[in-house]
Design a protein around this ligand. Structure first.
Ligand SMILES: *Cc1c(COP(=O)(O)O)cnc(C)c1O
Length: 423
């Protein structure tokens, strides 16, 4: 499917007068429409809720939009809990799906009344000693082996650090009941960025059968099943995007086949999507600073891997549009790079673009999730601003760009950097 930027070159140039490149920009309309489709897809399930994975796009303004659309939040750290608390999420609005969890994180999750999702059997005692066991508790399942859809291997849960084995799940439920837990949830995340409508239904079949077995063998009162994240997006123009309505319908069929006849027809379905909720509705806009020709052609931008790490880290494809040249033929083969002293700092390698010039605006698609949030400060590069392209066509600053004073802020105790600390 052709990838079309949600802002034009004219709009982008206008924005640049106030907010210089690079910046991440998010499309409010796209976010809201997609969130409504997700809700519609699971409307058949009375207790359904999407808990947006905060790590994908940890910005209070984005969380507020999703809150207005009825979403909760999935947190896995102290600061994600604090941001969610500050945005007005509390109690059953919060899933706390952490691993290797520090004590203070569990304490805050407990205090906020979040659903706590235990990553490991040993966390039962750990949590009990910290806060006591809440009446509603969730356990994370790792199915082991390979996760396959028909014969295609999607991922290898056996190599993943998360969750409990099947035996541990049963033992955890027994122990938790003895320690006072009254209501249960189960959770599993078995494959990442799946671009197939079969992922959730296939995962649901495993989870639903496990829920039936857990109920039958331990007598536990299971209230929710959390299918977690992993629903992917079509980063490449030749991929077919997931159809969330088909996904919801696929889960409904399995629900009616397995849960309803086993007396579990009231169980709520939860999801914890990050990528699917936000990735297509964000873009990184950057300007071409330099071009060079050596053994290859290079287009150098004012953004770098510190603003978008996925290509450098995973070799991920992100589609690129040169704004204003949407309809020109892609006859120019180049690497699109940032300025880190690190040769993996390339947004694209051997990409065919329209002939690109210094000063052109480069629009990197699908950076709305795991984009800005994976940013870092290597080479002293600063994090960019985040902007919201609102439904009324105006643009709102939702995070200012870092300044050198932010970069040096952690030396505020010693005086050495005071010259650059706005003191
Ligand atoms: C990362 C994560 C998610 C979100 O994953 P996506 O691939 O963005 O959908 C959900 N739940 C947990 C526990 C996660 O770690």
């Amino acid at each position: 499917m052709e990838k079309i930027p949600f802002i034009t070159k004219e709009k982008a140039e206008e924005i640049c007068k106030t907010y210089p490149t690079p910046f991440h920009i998010y499309d409010e309309r796209g976010i809201r429409e997609n969130a409504r489709r997700v809700k519609q897809a699971f409307a058949w399930n009375k207790g359904f809720r999407e808990y947006f994975a905060v790590k994908a796009t940890p910005n209070p303004f984005i969380l507020k939009i999703l809150q207005e659309e009825g979403c909760g939040v999935d947190c896995s750290s102290l600061t994600e809990l604090e941001m969610s608390d500050a945005c007005g999420f509390s109690g059953s609005d919060i899933m706390f799906s952490s691993n290797v969890t520090p004590a203070e994180d569990y304490r805050l999750a407990y205090k906020l009344g979040a659903y706590i999702n235990l990553d490991d059997f040993t966390h039962i005692d750990y949590l009990e000693q910290l806060t006591g066991i809440p009446e509603t508790i969730c356990c994370r399942f790792n199915a082991g082996g390979k996760f396959t859809i028909s014969t295609h291997i999607m991922d290898s849960p056996q190599d993943a650090k998360y969750g409990m084995t099947r035996d541990q799940m049963f033992e955890a439920f027994r122990v938790l009941q003895k320690k006072g837990a009254k209501r249960f949830g189960i959770h599993s995340f078995l494959a990442s960025n799946t671009v197939t409508n079969e992922y959730y239904p296939t995962l649901a079949r495993q989870m639903f059968q496990l829920a039936v077995d857990l109920k039958n063998e331990t007598g536990a009162d299971i209230r929710f099943i959390n299918l977690s994240g992993g629903v992917g997006v079509a980063y490449r123009p030749d991929q077919t995007p997931n159809d969330i309505l088909a996904i919801g319908e696929g889960v409904r069929k399995v629900y009616e086949e397995i849960l309803t006849p086993n007396g579990l027809g009231d169980v709520a379905i939860f999801t914890e999507m990050g990528r699917f909720m936000l990735a297509p509705y964000g873009a990184l806009v950057t300007r071409v600073l330099h071009k060079k020709h050596i053994y290859k052609e290079y287009v150098g931008c004012d953004a770098c891997a510190a603003n978008l790490m996925r290509p450098a880290m995973y070799g991920s494809y992100h589609h690129i549009t040169v704004l204003g040249k949407e309809h020109e033929p892609c006859t120019y083969k180049c690497d699109v790079t940032g300025g880190l002293c690190e040769n993996n700092d390339k947004f694209a390698i051997d990409r065919m673009l329209p002939p690109t010039e210094i000063g052109d605006l480069i629009y990197i698609h699908d950076t709305g999730a795991h984009g800005f949030s994976m940013g870092y400060n290597y080479n002293g590069k600063l994090r960019s601003a985040e902007l919201l392209y609102k439904e009324d066509g105006t643009v709102q600053l939702i995070r200012r760009a870092e300044t050198p004073a932010d970069y040096f802020a952690t030396f505020d105790f010693c005086g050495i950097m005071d010259k650059y600390l706005n003191k």
